[in-house]
Design a protein around this ligand. Sequence first.
Ligand SMILES: C[S@@+](CC[C@H](N)C(=O)[O-])C[C@H]1O[C@@H](n2cnc3c(N)ncnc32)[C@H](O)[C@@H]1O
Length: 241
Amino acid sequence: VTTWEELAAHAGSAYLRYSFTKGTAQEVGFLVEALEISPGHRVLDVGCGPGRHAHGLTAAGARVVGVDLAEAFVREARAGGAGPVFVRGDARRLPVRAGAFDAVVCLCQGGFGLLGGGADESAALAQMADALRPGGRLALSAFSAYFAAMNMEEGESLDPASGVLTEHTTVRGPTGEERPFRLDSTCFTPRELRLMASAAGLEVDAVWSVGPGRYQRRAPTYELPEWLMVAHRPGATLKRR
Ligand SMILES: C[S@@+](CC[C@H](N)C(=O)[O-])C[C@H]1O[C@@H](n2cnc3c(N)ncnc32)[C@H](O)[C@@H]1O
């Protein structure tokens, strides 16, 4: 089984050529509004990859820390511009201070959906909840189990027991060389996300149906590939939305 560290080392800057990364500006704009991120807010991006959201949130005035397991992506993220702080780390043991962040984002499987469909994903969610100050908000995206089951493509399989979608795909590096990779991503239902979030001590505000570059307040549907869950850590007065 190939790992994300190997994939990152191979893909490097070519990751940002994938179409699913092209909706960053829309996603960042939506998150700033939905999480009420204001200039000066501290935001943690878990599984930040090459830092596309971290840089966008910095441009919106936030003070951002990005964490990713893959050294090559941390390097890319740092090369993407000054402002955010990028550190290498594991979503299951976040190298950050408890209660230090106004908002946490974990997008496009950033660590959460890549942990095998077992207890590790709950552990990662608990770490994110811990990093939030009381009243702080989380936005987490995850693959939809419904969409994955209904739109199985050639080279994919979905394990009904664990919800893990396995894809065999070819990844191109910066100079065009191709390498085969196996990607395992856990898929979820909105109910699972809600149960996991409340077990982590979070209160769920909404689970929406979204796609890359299509973050929106849309009720869960079978038709879109991802969920976007917004939740908060209870304990402080929340402004009405
Ligand atoms: C599909 S990429 C998404 C990256 C970024 N959030 C984005 O939207 O472009 C998944 C990221 O999760 C990272 N990752 C995988 N396992 C992780 C773990 N256990 N802890 C932290 N990051 C992890 C990978 O290195 C990769 O950068």
